[in-house]
Ligand binder design. Structure first.
Ligand code: 48N
Length: 316
């Protein structure tokens, strides 16, 4: 029988402190939901724990994951709507592949937590609604497009599905701060991308005022970069390709034209240099595509296409 646990029962401030109550775990464990619901909180307590158990539970898993994903099959840079759609499509199709997602922000989701100008509803043009049906997100059908009542419903549902895959690991609050390259004379820019260079984002943000904070790495034969259009973090990989002269120049994202933009991003999602596929709004910076504004169907379909491009590498 489990040892009795003595706890200090702290009543709400309005009531006098009731002092310690010895509760046998068995009694506690036999508490039913009805008991708790009947407000018998006064003698409730958790089983005892030592703080180091929590610290070890987190550290062991994190560092096991770092070890496991140090060699990944696919790395996705950026967990916005495109990156998460890519991850879902890949993980569902190939549960045997190890997929690492590197997301600079603590909170993944990129620009997909709100629809546009901080409004809640999210618009997706058909046939992107088929992806919503696949992941179980309800929407209102308005003919050529559908509306999800809150963008966070889409993003949180997709994120939960992606995180539930056993072959996916999200490293959020972690930035890709460079690309691993290999000389490849057959490649247009003479390089093949063979992985990513990572650092915790708070570290990556302080290279100007702290020295010797070297990064870590993840090797992978395929990198899918979906870091969004230009901005503090945006378009990371394509800007790096230009600075290492693996890409001549960027086309620069053009003005808003919903029809032109969405078609161009979906059609254009592709491998830019060997080993690096670019999708979502990062691609607009490569091709000089228009932006589409507050409609997200192209992000989802670009993610699906990026996944198909990656899977073709593993089918060969
Ligand atoms: O949501 P974003 O920015 O990018 P996408 O391409 O997934 O979705 C774009 C979409 O939200 C739009 O911009 C809509 C359709 N509007 C268009 C328009 O006309 O304005 O997600 C990119 C993610 C973010 O979460 C960043 O934090 C992350 O990528 N990120 C990085 N993560 C790791 N390392 C980096 N170097 C890095 N850079 C960005």
């Amino acid at each position: 029988m489990a040892p009795a646990v003595t706890v200090d029962v702290v009543e709400p401030a309005t009531l006098p402190h009731k002092g310690s109550v010895a509760i046998s775990n068995d009694k506690l464990n036999t508490k039913t939901a009805d008991d708790v619901a009947e407000g018998k909180w006064k003698d409730f307590s958790f089983d005892a724990i030592r703080e180091s158990q929590v610290a070890r539970a987190m550290a062991r898993r994190y560092f096991n994951d770092l070890d496991r994903y140090a060699e990944s099959d696919i790395v996705i840079v950026g967990a916005g709507s495109c990156g998460l759609s890519t991850a879902y499509t890949l993980a569902k199709a190939r549960p045997d592949l190890k997929i690492a997602i590197i997301e600079a922000s603590v909170s993944p989701g990129g620009g997909a937590w709100l629809g546009g100008q901080l409004f809640s509803a999210m618009v997706m043009r058909k046939p992107a609604n088929k992806f919503l049906i696949d992941i179980g997100v309800p929407f209102e059908d308005e003919g050529p497009y559908v509306v999800v009542k809150h963008a966070a419903l889409f993003t949180s549902t997709l994120l939960s599905k992606v995180l539930a895959f056993p072959n996916v690991k999200l490293f959020n609050a972690t930035s890709v701060e460079d690309l691993i390259t290999r000389r490849d004379e057959s490649a247009p820019g003479g390089v093949r991308i063979a992985g990513v260079v990572t650092n915790w984002t708070l570290v990556a943000m302080h290279h100007e005022d702290q020295s010797c904070m070297d990064p870590s790495t993840i090797n992978a034969p395929v990198i899918i970069s979906t870091t969004g259009h230009d901005g503090p973090f945006g378009a990371f990989s394509v800007k790096r390709l230009v600075s290492m002269q693996a890409l001549e120049r960027l086309g620069g994202m053009r003005g808003l034209d919903m029809n032109t933009a969405e078609d161009a991003i979906v059609r254009g999602t592709r491998e830019i240099v060997p080993g690096l596929i670019v999708g979502g709004m990062e691609l607009s910076e490569v091709d000089g595509a228009n932006r589409m504004g507050p409609t997200f169907g192209a992000m989802v379909l670009s993610g699906m296409k990026a996944a198909e491009e990656a899977l073709s590498v593993f089918e060969e």
